[in-house]
Design a binder for this molecule. Structure first.
Ligand code: NAP
Length: 445
């Protein structure tokens, strides 16, 4: 891999040189092993340790198929889906690989006894397969994580509706936490030139998801003046939702669990912040019973902050723990847009508040290519910024995932793959200096 790394670091390697580089037939990737999928049986979720299940292995280079590209990955990032994969919850991801493998001989490549994980990457195109014209070896790229087959008509107005829609590096193999990744060419987007490799790799999955969930007509369709309740407002998804709300002229009400995180929200331009720990909300009296008085107390706090306004859009992802409160505090005709259920997927809420007040619950999942492209374009233009707080070497991906699992992190946690150190890959220094403080605000917490 040294030759590939050197060619990228040289900065002046031509596309022809890249096309002629020998690519080794093995590379290092972060994996989980099929024969270990029961290793945490009987262990409580919080005690399942990704350091035990995530390995760095030498794996075989996959064969390159039509419409695909092999990319040299300089940096990647931890997403919550890597945490899910590493603790084999809610299901083992080997079931996804098995089902994907049944489609064709080409997809069968993914069904292996190991799963190379990771749904973000910044790097350089090394090879493209037949039928790829838009990208060539040497292109500096980031990859979004939507994998689609697009043979069925259902996916042709919104590719998220493809019946064979998958999340790359979670429901497919050969993901981004590795020295090389296999992607479909329609996952590629230009790397923002003012960012380092690790900064460029960090927004991908969460930024695209937040864009669809909050901004896109497919999600919340946020407009100027909307009051937006953002759970985990300085976390992976929330750090982008907060920026979209501020950038789009909406009024974010940010919920976080510490004063450090509250400060981060203020640094992104949010004025209304609730520290859920300091307020001590207990939406559940016990495992089965919610406490509507606590919903009311939460709603009162929101009105105090907003000067009496209720919530137009809830940016929901904690799930069971917060969903009842989210439905309650939404204004008449407002929307609860949900993309996850971190604290449990069996939600309960009082439906009287929903139907009598004509509220709507909208499901949202990742983003189509167009939405991902738009989200990446806003990063490239310096209108939305990475939220990278910390970066780990590939060998310590388990530690990085543990930080996210335990909610010890802020914003995004990066991983260096082929990049030998942080800070490399910037091509537009002038633009970087213009946005220096915004790019670095999560690093100094
Ligand atoms: P993250 O970086 O861990 O941020 C989530 C934040 O939510 C946490 O930092 C925490 O912030 C808050 N939170 C967690 N549990 C909570 C609870 N019980 N009550 C209130 N707040 C809680 O994770 P993420 O990357 O934002 O992802 C969040 C969830 O969305 C995960 O389940 C992930 O799998 C899912 N997701 C789905 C998609 C999709 O396409 N469907 C895409 C990305 C992520 P505070 O402690 O500061 O409150």
């Amino acid at each position: 891999m040294q030759q590939v790394r050197d060619a990228i670091l040289a900065g002046d390697t031509t596309p022809e040189d890249f096309a002629n580089i020998d690519i080794p037939d093995h590379y290092r990737g972060v994996t989980v092993h099929k024969d270990e999928q029961e290793m945490f049986a009987g262990v409580a979720t919080k005690d399942k340790d990704p350091r035990k299940s995530l390995h760095v292995d030498e794996v075989a280079l996959p064969e390159l198929g039509p419409g695909e590209a092999l990319i040299a990955v300089m940096a990647s990032a931890i997403n919550f889906n890597t945490v899910w994969t590493s603790i084999f919850e809610p299901v083992s991801t080997f079931g996804f690989l098995d089902r994907y493998g049944r489609i064709s001989p080409l997809t069968k490549r993914h069904d292996l006894p190991y799963h190379v994980v990771g749904s973000d990457a910044a790097g350089v195109v090394l090879r493209v397969g037949p039928g790829v014209n838009m990208w060539k070896p040497g292109d500096e790229v980031v990859a979004h994580c939507l994998s689609v087959e697009l043979e069925h008509p259902s996916g042709h107005s919104d590719t998220m509706m493809d019946p064979e829609q998958r999340i790359w590096g979670f429901e497919t193999n050969f993901g981004g936490l590795a020295e090389i990744a296999l992607v479909k060419s329609n996952q590629l987007m230009p790397k923002p030139k003012h960012l380092t490799w690790e900064e460029a790799a960090s927004p991908g999955l969460v930024n695209s998801t937040a864009y669809r969930q909050l901004v896109s007509q497919n999600g919340g369709a946020m407009k100027q003046g909307d009051v937006v309740l953002i759970w985990g407002a300085s976390g992976g998804l929330g750090g982008y939702a907060t920026q979209y709300a501020v950038n789009g002229g909406a009024i974010p009400v940010c919920v976080v669990s510490s004063e450090d995180k509250a400060d981060l929200c203020r640094a992104m331009g949010a004025e209304l912040v609730i520290n859920r720990n300091a307020e001590g909300y207990k939406f559940w009296k016990d495992e089965r019973t919610q406490d509507p008085k606590e919903w009311q107390r939460f709603g009162k706090k929101i009105r105090e902050l907003t000067g009496g306004d209720d919530i137009d859009i809830v940016f929901e992802h904690p799930g069971r723990e917060t969903f009842g409160a989210s439905v309650y505090v939404t204004r008449k005709g407002g929307k609860i847009v949900t993309c996850a259920s971190t604290s449990g997927f069996m939600h309960e809420y009082d439906n009287r508040y929903l139907w009598m007040n004509l509220k709507r619950i909208i499901g949202s999942h990742f983003a189509n290519y167009r939405e991902s492209w738009e989200a990446n374009r806003l990063i490239a233009k310096g209108m939305i910024h990475p939220t990278l707080s910390k970066t780990f070497p590939l060998e310590q991906t388990g530690e990085a995932a543990l930080d996210v699992h335990r909610n010890l992190h802020q914003g995004k946690v990066g991983v260096l793959c082929l990049a030998p150190e942080e800070g490399l890959g910037v091509r537009d220094h002038e633009m970087r200096s213009k946005h220096y403080d915004a790019i670095n605000r999560f690093r100094n917490v």
